[in-house]
Design a protein around this ligand. Structure first.
Ligand SMILES: NC(=O)c1ccc[n+]([C@@H]2O[C@H](COP(=O)([O-])OP(=O)(O)OC[C@H]3O[C@@H](n4cnc5c(N)ncnc54)[C@H](OP(=O)(O)O)[C@@H]3O)[C@@H](O)[C@H]2O)c1
Length: 320
């Protein structure tokens, strides 16, 4: 099959279009013909030696943690997804070979029905990003009606879902983004949007917040540490990118104000994705595709994301 192969650790030139065997299906694995694959920051980080790079046992390797496509082989006759079904799902790379390829083999419990009102291109960028947003906002963050929630990087792939989920669960949503994204984020449900380039969020937020969903961390501008200043006593800080813990959590504990700081581990749960499908079909969630690249330009797609300013998602069109 055709795939965008990671040929070694390095720059975008390490991503090369090539041929690789169709992945094996074992146990409950379902074979899916991929139509679109979402590109995530972890992909470029892994390519350049961080992220999941240490877990790669040999090259070439196939990256990509989310996809949409059509089932071509089910593990048994009464399995939930059968040939011809339109699905989307998340893959745990490198335990499973990634989605920058014509086929993926994936346990059916990591799949869900593709929302009918999303194209394959739109749906391909949803699973990993939305499951991250769900894990941060709903599971770890435990956001509920009436809470004040601050979400850093609301305009990104995870952030635009986090803003909508926090709003769906009844929160007052404050988010940080550059000016050009403000009108769009207001349409998605954000109540207050802070331009992090011209204002310091800790000077602008009038009342303390209950929960911070931190998609930036101390990787930029000490965003994680500064977030502790806007949290109420007993509030919750959920840190998403790696690189800011455990120091950030030690800082939270040292303040002695009962702040709980945590990260979380992502799980490729089809049952949650099935709920997400319903939210899309009810019109409670939407996604935004910033740019679509052909499979041969996977390296360029990763570089666009590494620039740090995509709006919503970047997608690989597998057949382009
Ligand atoms: N632990 C996990 O399981 C997991 C899973 C998924 C993602 N992640 C990590 O979570 C982070 C976010 O992922 P993502 O896919 O949402 O990334 P992304 O789509 O690349 O995020 C891009 C967004 O970040 C915003 N941004 C950049 N600098 C900012 C700042 N200083 N303050 C506020 N917003 C800023 C940009 O907004 P403007 O254009 O308006 O500046 C842009 O919209 C990444 O580090 C990723 O690796 C972790």
């Amino acid at each position: 099959m055709r795939a965008a192969l990671l040929t070694g650790i390095g720059g975008p030139e390490m991503m090369q279009l090539g041929e690789t065997p169709v992945p094996l299906t074992l146990n409950s694995d379902t074979l899916v013909r991929v139509k679109a694959a979402g590109v995530n920051p972890i992909d470029g980080k892994t390519r350049s030696g961080a992220g999941a790079a240490k877990a790669i046992s040999s090259f070439p390797s196939t990256l990509g943690g989310e996809f949409s496509g059509v089932v071509v082989r089910a593990p048994y006759e009464l399995a939930p997804f059968q040939p011809g079904d339109e699905v989307y799902g998340m893959l745990l790379f490198p335990r499973y070979s990634g989605a920058y390829a014509e086929y993926v083999s994936v346990p059916f419990m990591s799949l869900a029905k593709k929302p009918e009102n999303l194209s394959f291109i739109e749906a391909g960028g949803v699973p990993l990003a939305v499951l991250t947003a769900w894990a941060a906002v709903v599971e770890a963050g435990g956001v509920y009606t009436g809470q004040r929630v601050l979400i850093h990087a609301g305009a990104g792939g995870v952030g635009h879902f986090a803003v909508q989920l926090a709003k769906y669960y009844g929160a007052h949503v404050i988010t940080t983004a550059s000016e050009r994204n403000h009108d769009w984020l207001r349409e998605l449900g954000a109540d207050q949007i802070i331009d992090y380039r011209s204002e310091r969020f800790e000077d602008t937020i009038a009342e303390p917040v209950d929960v911070v969903i931190d998609l930036i961390g101390n990787v930029k501008d000490q965003t994680g540490t500064r977030s502790l200043r806007v949290l109420r006593d007993g509030g919750t800080l959920i840190n998403v990118p790696t690189g800011s813990y455990p120091e950030l959590f030690e800082e939270a504990a040292a303040e002695n104000r009962g702040i709980v700081a945590s990260t979380f581990k992502l799980s490729p749960e089809g049952r949650i994705l099935q709920t997400i499908t319903q939210l899309f079909e009810q019109g409670a969630l939407q996604t935004h595709v910033d740019r679509v690249f052909p499979l041969a330009e996977a390296g360029a797609a990763q570089e666009l994301i590494a620039g740090g300013h995509v709006r919503g998602k970047v997608i690989l069109d597998i057949d382009a």
